[in-house]
Ligand binder design. Sequence first.
Ligand SMILES: *Cc1c(COP(=O)(O)O)cnc(C)c1O
Length: 500
Amino acid sequence: MKYVSTRGQAPWVFSAEAIKNGLAPDAGLYMPEKLVVLSEKDKKALLKMNYIERAAYVMSMYLSDFTKEELNSCCAQAYGSGFDPEPARVVPLDRRTSILELFNGPTCAFKDMALQVMPRLLTRSLEKTGEKRRILILTATSGDTGKAALEGYRDVPGVYISVYYPTYGVSEMQKRQMEIQQGDNVNVSAIYGNFDDAQTAVKEIFADKTFAEKLNRDGWVLSSANSINWGRLLPQIVYYISAWCDLVNKGITTANDTFSVTVPTGNFGNILAAFMAKKMGIPINKLVCASNSNNVLTDFFNTGIYDKNRAFYKTSSPSMDILVSSNLERLLYLCRDSGFCADCMRQLSDRGAYSVGSGVLSELRQDFAAYFCAEKDCREKISETFSKHDYLVDPHTAVALFCADRYAEENPGEKMLVVSTASAYKFPGAVYDSIVGESTQTSEDFGAASYEKAELLSKLSGVPVPLPLRDLFRREIRFSNIIDPEDIRLDILKFTGSRK
Ligand SMILES: *Cc1c(COP(=O)(O)O)cnc(C)c1O
């Protein structure tokens, strides 16, 4: 299978190259030249498989330059033992709603679903492309990607990773998870600014040819672990297909009945994977795009205008505090072509906004609905879900549940799969305060005080704190520096220079 750029100005490549490079040379994103459609035979086979088998099966349809044995082994290593209880569990909540739990991996966020397998794909991609240079993974994170990437890439031979996160833009638990990161090939720096500042700075470095040449002379090549990388997106398609199998096997839906999916959305990677699963033949009706107060996507799906010129809000669901959703570019490409996509992206870069026009908008609204959830509604949803269903949700998942309700008001009776993206214990202050009613504003617990909330929450709910979060505040801090976004290049050179 060939991979092409969403902006149409780069040569096609095989998947190993797409995974190694991350971004295409014309600054576009790689997409498979066509989407595979699952046959009835494929579906029958998938229904009988376990998660590891489903992952290898689906990924082999797109990674034609990998052997079946390679993919079997990558998936077995990635999804075998690091997930407790299992990689993508479907939990029925009420007659209408089921939860897709994606947070049972080693860092307690859904990013593990892709980042446990992507490093293994990258290592093989390096062999396939004959790459001799060392790889430097450069990642901007709104909290969960950074930790999941650090954990996925730690001590992978020939690969180094440097992570940048907004110092006031992540939860205390997320911050501590990164500060204590182990591994000889890792670097972490906080930056002054919000996630968009971090992401913009990192994107600029990827586009900086002079800097790339300098690194190249020293024997390094840059790559990305952000969801712009095809190696991130593909493993995410798997869990939607797997969730459908589980819904059918549990008798919640039948093989041909449609259901809808609500996804708490930031960079648009997760929901795009759901869209691709739909295009591959999974009977999904609507994709409900759930946002927090940073509701640029809600406006986009309701007006056809994407406009990032607006206030930025810091919320209790920081992984969705995003004004530029990078993967939307792939949707624009899929619904028209690279010319249309490149034109929108040029306008976004020139004036921070673009309009897709009424034709494209009405097509998009066939597949998508969009709502947002205010902070107060999010707290109420956390509290209500616990009291009604005895089930703990984190703020991101609560945003999705609230938006799923809004959708149900207009579409009663439809089966809904709500995607849960983080363990409640990554945000123990916000969750605990919402449940006990001390929740007139976003909780600000610092350092170990945040962990005390986790213990209180565990006592209250009877749900144990997940193992990977249990000893966070007893571990030694390795990374505590804070830098300006303009100094990221320097920080990189310091890191690569120390690994000569
Ligand atoms: C990353 C993340 C999201 C947003 O996912 P996108 O693929 O960026 O849309 C939502 N919730 C949590 C907890 C996340 O870590």
